[in-house]
Design a protein around this ligand. Structure first.
Ligand code: AMP
Ligand code: ZN
Length: 499
């Protein structure tokens, strides 16, 4: 199958060719663990997951690595994010988002990072993010790779790509790497005049070029610090990804690198300069693939607008007034193309809930008719072939979901075969069950929880007694509690809605 992705390096769609036959080495920039991950973060992460799962469907063995930034995103001229986090933790404790007993010392960055790493893994696992289920192997933490960062910086100095400035700070020399700017299209002259780029004005006089970026900053007072040949201090932000990609994927050149569009410059540009500067190779990753940003109801997500949502806000019903099953949020976040800005809406979420329900109901029906048998099926089957070919076209998810919707409506006479098709599609969509993602059918299935079941039984009894006024009252209560209520001749069935 011919697979195309849009490569930000060349600004065009390119046919995907892995370096080694059948193996894909893929790296995604991960979360900074100083707060709960928001739905925009997960949009970017789940696009990487969709890509990985599709490549697996296409037969590749995908080695996917994603870092955890627990050092604090250190960029010159910006406040350290871990420091800012201490203030936020105190706010989150006040509002109850972080339980009182957690993060005993909010000024301890390790406790903050640990707490939010666990919270991230918890959310990510619920959302079926495969790499999170492989923690810690595939999700290295920056603080565990400080030695590797020091070694890479030493090598960059040896190779003439880095220097120690008069005040002891280690910088990467962008002029030593003529290809600096090849990913973002930023030429060095544009960077000199600032041109709206994030080149720090701070310390410019001590740098050889204003765009030179921080590799190591000696600072004994800093909240997180390590010993190094350049004194006690901390690493710059970009170096961690170059080091961990290499350490975990075991190669100087990898196949795919992903992230959100905001990371193209400076972060990914700097990763390329570091990795290629160190290895002498002409590429760090052959395909750089970026997801566009998520908006909420057409607007940029921001705390001041009140439209800033974490994944757990959505799960807990803080966004829609009702709890949302993680599978529904996952489906909502993956269903629009990664190269369009995604617009997160309540309406979209409820459409996703009904699609997920349809899929679950179909599976339940197939299971009940298949006597526990699941047939063998591969991408040679016409439905799966169309599904995979749509995804092979730069992850055309709308096309793939179109194939799926047509298939849902088709005849499913051969239940064992349909189950096998369902499972293959679900290996990419991962709405249920995905190992750690609990089964949405449990909360969406034919029954309700204890409270719903009590109301349902009372309603059946009221109908038997022909007390229709009471029956209507109970039906309204069930609806208000988030159930779909079906009244049959002799029975009442309820289903918990997913959103
Ligand atoms: P951070 O934890 O801030 O480093 O971000 C983690 C990932 O989320 C990065 O790949 C960002 O590009 C991505 N990201 C941040 N905000 C958004 C957004 N609103 N929409 C999509 N991706 C985002
Ligand atoms: Zn990165």
């Amino acid at each position: 199958m011919k697979i195309n992705f849009y490569n930000s390096l060349t600004n065009q769609q390119e046919e995907f060719q892995s370096i080694q036959d059948g193996i894909v080495k893929m790296y995604s920039c991960g979360p900074t663990v100083y707060d709960f991950a928001h739905i925009g973060n997960f949009r970017s992460f789940l696009f990487g997951d969709l890509m990985r799962r599709f490549l697996e469907l296409a037969g590749y063995d995908v080695q996917h690595v994603m870092n955890i930034t627990d050092v604090g995103h250190m960029v010159e001229g910006e406040d350290d994010k871990m420091l800012a986090a201490a203030t936020r933790v105190k706010e989150n404790k006040k509002s109850g988002r972080v339980p009182e007993g957690a993060i005993a010392d909010p000024d301890d960055p390790y406790q903050i990072a640990d707490y939010y790493t666990k919270a991230f893994l918890d959310d990510a696992n619920k959302l079926g993010y495969k790499v999170a289920a492989e923690y810690p192997d595939s999700m290295p933490r920056a603080t565990d790779h400080i030695d590797g960062m020091i070694k890479m910086i030493e090598r960059l100095i040896e190779r003439g790509h880095a220097y120690v400035s008069s005040d002891g700070v280690v910088y990467y020399s962008v002029e030593s790497f003529p290809e600096y700017g090849k990913l973002s299209g930023n030429s060095l002259d544009k960077l000199i005049d600032g041109a709206g780029q994030r080149v720090s004005a701070d310390n410019q006089q001590r740098k050889k070029h204003p765009a030179d970026f921080l590799l190591w900053k000696p600072d004994r007072q800093h909240i997180m610090k390590w010993d190094s040949p350049w004194g006690v201090g901390y690493p710059g932000w970009h170096i961690e990804c170059s080091v961990m990609a290499n350490a975990k994927l075991g190669r100087d050149v990898i196949d795919i690198h992903t992230g959100g569009e905001d990371l193209i410059f400076p972060h990914h540009e700097c990763e390329i300069a570091q990795s290629c500067g160190c290895s002498g190779e002409s590429q760090f990753a052959n395909y750089w693939v970026h997801a566009r940003f998520l908006f909420v109801e057409g607007k940029k997500m921001s705390k001041s607008r009140g439209n800033f949502f974490t994944a757990r806000d959505v799960f807990e019903g803080k966004v829609t007034g009702k709890p949302v099953h993680p599978a529904v949020l996952r489906f909502e976040l993956i269903k629009s193309h990664y190269r369009s800005n995604m617009n997160f809406t309540k309406k979209g979420l409820s459409d996703s809930a009904s699609t997920v329900m349809k899929l679950i109901e179909l599976r339940q029906d197939l299971e009940s008719r298949s006597d526990g048998k699941v047939a063998e099926v591969d991408l040679g089957h016409p439905v799966l072939k169309d599904f995979a070919e749509a995804l092979a076209d730069d992850l055309n998810i709308a096309g793939a979901l179109g194939v799926m919707h047509t298939w849902i409506k088709s005849d499913h006479g051969d239940a064992a075969l349909s189950l096998a098709i369902w499972d293959k599609m679900n290996s990419v969509l991962a709405i249920a069950p995905t190992g750690t993602n609990d089964d949405p059918a449990e909360s969406a299935g034919s029954g309700g929880d204890d409270e719903g079941e009590a109301l349902r039984l009372e309603m059946v009894a009221a109908r038997e007694n022909k007390d229709y006024a009471r029956s209507d009252e109970l039906r309204d209560k069930l609806i208000a509690a988030g159930y779909d209520v079906q009244i049959g001749k002799t029975d009442v069935t309820i289903k918990k809605k997913l959103a």
